[in-house]
Design a protein around this ligand. Structure first.
Ligand SMILES: Nc1ncnc2c1ncn2[C@@H]1O[C@H](COP(=O)(O)OP(=O)(O)O)[C@@H](O)[C@H]1O
Ligand SMILES: [Mg+2]
Length: 229
Protein backbone atom coordinates (compact mmCIF):
# COMPACT_ATOMS: atom_id res chain seq x y z
CA UNK A 1 0.00 0.00 0.00
CA UNK A 2 2.81 2.36 0.98
CA UNK A 3 6.41 2.09 -0.10
CA UNK A 4 9.08 4.67 0.70
CA UNK A 5 12.59 4.20 -0.59
CA UNK A 6 15.44 6.40 0.65
CA UNK A 7 13.11 9.36 1.02
CA UNK A 8 14.32 12.80 1.97
CA UNK A 9 12.47 16.08 2.37
CA UNK A 10 14.18 19.41 2.53
CA UNK A 11 12.35 22.65 3.26
CA UNK A 12 14.25 25.70 2.04
CA UNK A 13 16.27 27.41 3.20
CA UNK A 14 17.79 24.93 5.65
CA UNK A 15 15.33 22.44 7.21
CA UNK A 16 15.88 18.75 6.59
CA UNK A 17 12.60 17.18 7.73
CA UNK A 18 13.26 13.61 6.53
CA UNK A 19 16.37 11.76 5.43
CA UNK A 20 17.00 8.23 4.17
CA UNK A 21 13.55 6.98 5.14
CA UNK A 22 12.72 3.42 4.04
CA UNK A 23 9.28 2.13 4.93
CA UNK A 24 6.81 -0.47 3.72
CA UNK A 25 3.23 -0.65 4.92
CA UNK A 26 1.15 -3.52 3.55
CA UNK A 27 -2.53 -3.20 2.71
CA UNK A 28 -4.56 -3.72 5.86
CA UNK A 29 -1.73 -2.80 8.26
CA UNK A 30 -2.00 -0.47 11.25
CA UNK A 31 1.05 1.72 11.85
CA UNK A 32 1.91 4.29 14.47
CA UNK A 33 4.47 7.00 13.73
CA UNK A 34 6.01 8.16 16.98
CA UNK A 35 8.64 10.80 17.66
CA UNK A 36 9.20 14.14 19.33
CA UNK A 37 7.82 17.38 17.99
CA UNK A 38 9.75 18.36 14.86
CA UNK A 39 10.83 14.77 14.13
CA UNK A 40 9.11 14.74 10.73
CA UNK A 41 5.83 12.90 11.45
CA UNK A 42 3.53 15.42 9.76
CA UNK A 43 5.89 15.75 6.80
CA UNK A 44 5.80 11.99 6.27
CA UNK A 45 1.99 12.00 6.24
CA UNK A 46 1.94 14.97 3.85
CA UNK A 47 4.11 13.08 1.38
CA UNK A 48 1.62 10.20 1.44
CA UNK A 49 -1.28 12.53 0.73
CA UNK A 50 0.50 14.49 -1.98
CA UNK A 51 0.38 17.70 0.05
CA UNK A 52 4.19 17.85 -0.19
CA UNK A 53 6.63 16.26 -2.60
CA UNK A 54 9.79 14.49 -1.50
CA UNK A 55 13.12 16.06 -2.39
CA UNK A 56 14.84 12.72 -2.94
CA UNK A 57 13.95 9.05 -3.11
CA UNK A 58 10.67 7.47 -4.05
CA UNK A 59 7.17 7.50 -2.53
CA UNK A 60 4.59 4.98 -3.78
CA UNK A 61 1.03 5.03 -2.45
CA UNK A 62 -1.51 2.50 -3.68
CA UNK A 63 0.80 1.74 -6.60
CA UNK A 64 1.10 5.38 -7.63
CA UNK A 65 4.46 7.13 -7.79
CA UNK A 66 3.97 10.44 -6.01
CA UNK A 67 6.79 12.09 -7.97
CA UNK A 68 5.10 11.68 -11.33
CA UNK A 69 1.44 11.69 -10.31
CA UNK A 70 -0.57 14.45 -11.98
CA UNK A 71 -3.53 16.45 -10.75
CA UNK A 72 -6.02 13.78 -11.80
CA UNK A 73 -3.94 11.10 -10.13
CA UNK A 74 -3.85 13.06 -6.88
CA UNK A 75 -7.60 13.66 -7.03
CA UNK A 76 -8.35 9.98 -7.54
CA UNK A 77 -5.88 8.96 -4.83
CA UNK A 78 -7.46 11.38 -2.38
CA UNK A 79 -10.84 9.82 -2.97
CA UNK A 80 -9.36 6.63 -1.54
CA UNK A 81 -7.79 8.30 1.49
CA UNK A 82 -9.48 9.57 4.62
CA UNK A 83 -7.39 12.24 6.32
CA UNK A 84 -7.53 13.64 9.82
CA UNK A 85 -5.02 16.47 9.86
CA UNK A 86 -4.28 18.92 12.62
CA UNK A 87 -6.13 21.83 11.07
CA UNK A 88 -9.58 20.28 10.94
CA UNK A 89 -10.82 22.30 7.96
CA UNK A 90 -14.48 21.90 8.84
CA UNK A 91 -16.87 23.85 6.64
CA UNK A 92 -17.98 26.81 8.79
CA UNK A 93 -21.37 27.33 7.13
CA UNK A 94 -22.46 23.73 7.40
CA UNK A 95 -23.82 21.89 10.40
CA UNK A 96 -21.88 19.14 12.09
CA UNK A 97 -24.13 16.56 10.42
CA UNK A 98 -23.52 18.01 6.97
CA UNK A 99 -19.79 18.32 7.59
CA UNK A 100 -19.62 14.61 8.33
CA UNK A 101 -21.80 13.74 5.33
CA UNK A 102 -19.90 16.00 2.96
CA UNK A 103 -17.44 13.34 1.79
CA UNK A 104 -20.38 11.25 0.60
CA UNK A 105 -22.03 14.20 -1.13
CA UNK A 106 -19.00 14.44 -3.40
CA UNK A 107 -19.49 10.76 -4.24
CA UNK A 108 -23.12 11.37 -5.17
CA UNK A 109 -24.79 9.66 -2.19
CA UNK A 110 -28.31 11.03 -1.51
CA UNK A 111 -29.06 13.27 1.43
CA UNK A 112 -31.12 10.75 3.42
CA UNK A 113 -28.43 8.08 3.31
CA UNK A 114 -25.71 10.66 4.04
CA UNK A 115 -27.51 11.83 7.12
CA UNK A 116 -28.25 8.31 8.31
CA UNK A 117 -24.58 7.29 8.08
CA UNK A 118 -23.38 10.60 9.53
CA UNK A 119 -25.67 10.18 12.55
CA UNK A 120 -24.33 6.68 13.17
CA UNK A 121 -20.78 8.00 13.31
CA UNK A 122 -21.74 11.02 15.39
CA UNK A 123 -23.35 8.63 17.81
CA UNK A 124 -20.16 6.55 18.00
CA UNK A 125 -18.26 9.77 18.74
CA UNK A 126 -20.72 10.83 21.47
CA UNK A 127 -21.73 13.86 19.41
CA UNK A 128 -25.26 13.03 18.29
CA UNK A 129 -26.72 15.94 20.25
CA UNK A 130 -24.44 18.37 18.37
CA UNK A 131 -25.61 17.26 14.93
CA UNK A 132 -27.33 20.57 14.14
CA UNK A 133 -24.64 22.79 15.64
CA UNK A 134 -22.13 24.78 13.59
CA UNK A 135 -18.39 24.03 13.94
CA UNK A 136 -17.57 27.40 15.51
CA UNK A 137 -19.71 26.52 18.54
CA UNK A 138 -17.78 23.31 19.25
CA UNK A 139 -14.78 22.83 21.51
CA UNK A 140 -11.44 21.82 19.96
CA UNK A 141 -11.93 18.22 21.01
CA UNK A 142 -15.44 18.12 19.55
CA UNK A 143 -14.22 19.55 16.25
CA UNK A 144 -11.51 16.93 16.19
CA UNK A 145 -14.09 14.17 16.60
CA UNK A 146 -16.19 15.64 13.79
CA UNK A 147 -13.11 15.58 11.54
CA UNK A 148 -12.54 11.93 12.43
CA UNK A 149 -16.16 11.01 11.69
CA UNK A 150 -15.88 12.82 8.35
CA UNK A 151 -12.79 10.80 7.42
CA UNK A 152 -14.32 7.46 8.39
CA UNK A 153 -17.68 7.87 6.69
CA UNK A 154 -16.38 7.21 3.18
CA UNK A 155 -14.83 3.89 4.14
CA UNK A 156 -11.51 4.84 2.56
CA UNK A 157 -8.79 2.30 1.67
CA UNK A 158 -6.27 4.27 3.69
CA UNK A 159 -6.68 6.54 6.71
CA UNK A 160 -3.94 9.05 7.54
CA UNK A 161 -4.32 10.68 10.93
CA UNK A 162 -2.03 13.35 12.37
CA UNK A 163 -2.27 13.56 16.18
CA UNK A 164 -5.98 12.67 16.01
CA UNK A 165 -6.33 12.63 19.78
CA UNK A 166 -4.19 15.67 20.55
CA UNK A 167 -7.09 17.51 22.21
CA UNK A 168 -8.85 14.54 23.76
CA UNK A 169 -8.77 12.95 27.19
CA UNK A 170 -7.99 9.26 27.65
CA UNK A 171 -11.55 7.99 27.39
CA UNK A 172 -12.29 9.94 24.23
CA UNK A 173 -8.90 9.00 22.74
CA UNK A 174 -9.74 5.38 23.34
CA UNK A 175 -13.06 5.82 21.51
CA UNK A 176 -11.30 7.37 18.55
CA UNK A 177 -8.75 4.56 18.45
CA UNK A 178 -11.50 1.95 18.76
CA UNK A 179 -13.08 3.39 15.61
CA UNK A 180 -9.73 3.35 13.83
CA UNK A 181 -9.19 -0.26 14.95
CA UNK A 182 -12.66 -1.17 13.73
CA UNK A 183 -11.93 0.38 10.33
CA UNK A 184 -8.62 -1.49 10.27
CA UNK A 185 -10.35 -4.78 11.15
CA UNK A 186 -12.54 -4.31 8.09
CA UNK A 187 -9.44 -4.04 5.90
CA UNK A 188 -8.60 -0.33 5.92
CA UNK A 189 -4.89 0.54 6.16
CA UNK A 190 -4.36 3.03 9.01
CA UNK A 191 -1.34 5.27 9.64
CA UNK A 192 -1.41 7.43 12.77
CA UNK A 193 1.17 9.98 13.88
CA UNK A 194 1.05 10.54 17.60
CA UNK A 195 3.18 11.27 20.60
CA UNK A 196 0.69 9.49 22.81
CA UNK A 197 3.04 6.70 23.90
CA UNK A 198 0.51 5.37 26.38
CA UNK A 199 -1.96 4.71 23.59
CA UNK A 200 0.72 3.07 21.42
CA UNK A 201 1.49 0.66 24.25
CA UNK A 202 -2.18 0.06 24.98
CA UNK A 203 -3.01 -0.83 21.37
CA UNK A 204 0.14 -2.89 20.86
CA UNK A 205 0.47 -2.27 17.12
CA UNK A 206 3.49 -1.77 14.88
CA UNK A 207 5.21 1.53 15.48
CA UNK A 208 8.11 3.36 13.91
CA UNK A 209 10.02 6.04 15.78
CA UNK A 210 11.30 9.12 13.99
CA UNK A 211 14.11 11.23 15.35
CA UNK A 212 15.21 14.35 13.47
CA UNK A 213 13.96 12.94 10.20
CA UNK A 214 15.34 9.41 10.52
CA UNK A 215 13.65 6.16 11.47
CA UNK A 216 15.48 5.03 14.60
CA UNK A 217 13.19 2.14 15.48
CA UNK A 218 10.60 -0.13 13.87
CA UNK A 219 8.75 -2.29 16.36
CA UNK A 220 6.35 -4.93 15.18
CA UNK A 221 4.49 -4.60 18.47
CA UNK A 222 4.54 -1.97 21.16
CA UNK A 223 5.66 -4.55 23.74
CA UNK A 224 9.18 -4.01 22.52
CA UNK A 225 8.64 -0.26 22.27
CA UNK A 226 10.53 0.80 25.37
CA UNK A 227 13.21 -1.84 24.94
CA UNK A 228 14.48 -4.07 27.76
CA UNK A 229 13.40 -2.83 31.17
N1 LIG B 1 6.43 24.08 5.52
C1 LIG B 1 7.60 24.02 6.18
N2 LIG B 1 8.61 24.88 5.91
C2 LIG B 1 9.80 24.82 6.55
N3 LIG B 1 10.08 23.92 7.51
C3 LIG B 1 9.11 23.05 7.85
C4 LIG B 1 7.82 23.05 7.21
N4 LIG B 1 7.08 22.05 7.75
C5 LIG B 1 7.85 21.47 8.68
N5 LIG B 1 9.07 22.05 8.74
C6 LIG B 1 10.20 21.64 9.61
O1 LIG B 1 10.48 20.28 9.35
C7 LIG B 1 10.74 19.57 10.55
C8 LIG B 1 9.73 18.44 10.71
O2 LIG B 1 8.45 19.01 10.93
P1 LIG B 1 7.12 18.15 11.06
O3 LIG B 1 7.07 17.19 9.92
O4 LIG B 1 6.00 19.07 11.24
O5 LIG B 1 7.41 17.32 12.40
P2 LIG B 1 6.41 16.70 13.50
O6 LIG B 1 5.07 16.53 12.84
O7 LIG B 1 7.05 15.41 13.90
O8 LIG B 1 6.37 17.68 14.63
C9 LIG B 1 10.69 20.60 11.66
O9 LIG B 1 12.02 21.05 11.89
C10 LIG B 1 9.84 21.70 11.08
O10 LIG B 1 10.19 22.96 11.63
MG1 LIG C 1 3.21 17.19 13.41
Amino acid sequence: MIHLHNVSKFYPPDQTALKGVDLKVAEGDFLFIAGASGAGKSTLLKLLFGAQRCTGGEVLVGGRNMASIGRDGIASLRREIGVVFQDYKLLPRRTVLDNVGYGLEVLGVGIKERRRLALLLLHAMGLEDRADAYPVTLSGGEQQRVAIARALIRKPRLILADEPTGNLDHEMSRRVFDLLLEANASGVTVVVATHNLGMIEELNKRSIVLDRGKIIGDFSQAHSFRGPQ
